[in-house]
Design a protein around this ligand. Structure first.
Ligand code: SF4
Length: 188
């Protein structure tokens, strides 16, 4: 891992105030990228062709892989779902208002930690973007590119496999459901 020990200490101290269930650091070169996950998106995911955060709107797996590998470190983390699976956004004066799920709020807080730690980052999350009630894809460009996180699987990354590699849970017993994000890190 390329992150200096004091930076890890800073990040871990900051994480204690955030409702993260588990997290782990990893090296991006240890990810096994699967081209075939795009076929799964196309055949099996109801979000295919519905969002800027999902295929075919995201770049090719080859370009996504290259982007992920351009970072020196990665962190995967999970939260326990506490809100509705689909977006909670509303409209005000006819305009779309961005609203984050609890998991996305945690993700945003962790991005802020990385910024304070002096790191450049690139973030993926384990679900379709839920910022707007109705995604603008494909008629207009993304309304909130600064809030939109592409889907992890769209980048050819198996969350289950990476969680297993990192020694963190993928499933929870009972009714609870885990949500995941990945943040890639490097020096600016
Ligand atoms: S921010 Fe809005 S327009 Fe952009 S991907 Fe998310 S839902 Fe779609």
């Amino acid at each position: 891992m390329a992150i200096a020990t004091p930076v890890i200490h800073f990040i871990e101290t900051e994480l204690t105030s955030i409702p993260v269930y588990q997290y782990a650091f990893f090296r991006p070169q240890d990810i096994v990228f699967h081209d075939g996950l795009r076929m799964f998106c196309k055949r099996s995911c109801r979000h295919y062709k519905t969002s800027w955060s999902c295929p075919p709107a995201v770049e090719s797996v080859e370009k996504c892989t290259a982007r992920c590998l351009s970072y020196e470190d990665g962190m995967i983390f999970s939260t326990i779902r506490t809100d509705l699976p689909r977006n909670l956004s509303g409209t005000m004066g006819g305009e779309q208002q961005p609203v984050s799920t609890a998991h996305e709020q945690v993700t945003g807080r962790i991005e802020a930690i990385m910024k304070r730690a002096g790191k450049a980052y690139y973030t993926l999350t384990g679900n379709v973007c839920t910022v707007c009630r109705q995604c603008s894809w494909p008629k207009e460009s993304c309304r909130y590119p600064e809030l939109m996180h592409p889907c992890i699987e769209s980048h050819g990354i198996s969350i289950a496999q990476l969680a297993d590699q990192c020694g963190i849970d993928y499933y929870l017993e009972g009714e609870s459901e885990l949500q995941f994000s990945i943040i890639f890190l490097r020096d600016p």
